[in-house]
Design a protein around this ligand. Structure first.
Ligand SMILES: [Zn+2]
Length: 107
């Protein structure tokens, strides 16, 4: 996981182009940590690199992940907008869903 506040924008862009970053996230409290799409046309959740490019990165809670599995292992949950189906599935049984999803992603 990469933090926007401690990773230069050029490095984040390089990692995205290299396929080493595929998802963005917002690091809130334990219940509001969300991962979602980097493409701002698919999600307005503020995970696009463009979102904070002109703001103050030092205050950003934006993070980036190599994969969905990484985001899940670190306790993030799917975005209710761009990952709506996953978000709904998870609501029924967060712990069970996360275990099952990780097993599927990592097999
Ligand atoms: Zn989203």
């Amino acid at each position: 996981m990469y933090w926007r506040k401690s990773t230069p924008k050029a490095e984040i862009i390089r990692l995205i182009k290299a396929g080493q970053i595929t998802l963005g996230g917002n690091h809130g409290n334990a219940k509001t940590r969300v991962y979602g799409d980097l493409d701002k046309s698919k999600c307005s959740g503020g995970r696009s690199i463009a979102k904070t490019a002109d703001g103050d990165p030092a205050k950003s809670n934006q993070v980036f992940f190599a994969s969905e599995a990484e985001a899940l292992r670190l306790g993030y949950r799917p975005c209710g907008t761009c990952r709506k189906d996953l978000h709904k599935e998870r609501e029924r049984d967060p712990e069970g869903w996360t275990r099952t999803r990780l097993a599927l992603l990592e097999r």
